[in-house]
Design a binder for this molecule. Structure first.
Ligand code: AKG
Ligand code: FE2
Length: 202
């Protein structure tokens, strides 16, 4: 809530508009996930590159391994966990609400760096998603879309296209209209003005 309020305000939108789409007494596809991964070989990609489907993701990690793609490059940067602080990541829904003004970080999880390689990795994440009946479209004046999907439809659509059984190549991911497809990510990030990638070395 605090993150979406701050973002709405910074973008010159009504500060309550995005929080209003995330009411806790209404249904949504909000998900919480706890993962445990034992030490893995160096070339292991524990979680392939992707963008989260929702609006804001809150991740708590103690070990590295999470990497983010710098916009318009293929350079992966480790995101250094700084416990007890959380890592905040924006997802596709926030890109839609902000009419492509914000970027959903393309990220993946690889083997933790340095001495951490020998340690098991735990990760706790909360994936905030808009209420089920919210239309995913730009909140800026004059940018509403005729064919905008509802939040629940969007999750179903993205999940279906990302499912391994349905994966037939980059075009499949592209068809899901998600951010994993690099050309798509590039197109969107080129709309950013004066932004900086938040990344940290291991
Ligand atoms: O484990 C992490 O650090 C991130 C996991 C993640 O990106 C996800 O579950 O979508
Ligand atoms: Fe993710």
């Amino acid at each position: 809530m605090a993150v979406s309020k701050a973002l709405s305000k910074e973008l010159g939108l009504d500060p309550d508009i995005i929080p209003r789409f995330h009411q806790t007494d209404k249904t949504s596809g909000d998900t919480a996930r706890v993962t445990y991964a034992p030490p893995v070989p160096s070339d292991t990609i524990a979680l392939e590159e992707h963008c989260d489907f929702g609006s804001v993701t809150v991740i708590f990690n103690q070990l590295g391994g999470l990497q983010v793609l710098e916009p318009n490059t293929r350079d992966w940067k480790y995101v250094r966990p700084q416990p007890p602080d959380a890592i905040i990541n924006l997802g596709d829904a926030m890109v839609k609400f902000t009419g492509d003004r914000l970027y959903a970080g393309v990220h993946r999880v690889v083997r933790p760096p340095g001495d951490q390689t020998r340690m098991p990795r735990h990760s706790v994440g909360h994936f905030c998603r808009p209420n089920s009946d919210v239309k995913l479209q730009s909140l800026f004046e004059g940018e509403a879309e005729d064919n905008a999907m509802m939040a629940d439809e969007w999750i179903a659509h993205r999940t279906r296209n990302r499912a391994t059984a349905n994966y037939k190549g980059p075009e499949t991911v592209h068809a899901s209209r998600g951010m994993e497809h690099f050309a798509e990510a590039e197109r969107r990030s080129s709309k950013l003005e004066g932004s900086e990638t938040v990344s940290a070395a291991p």
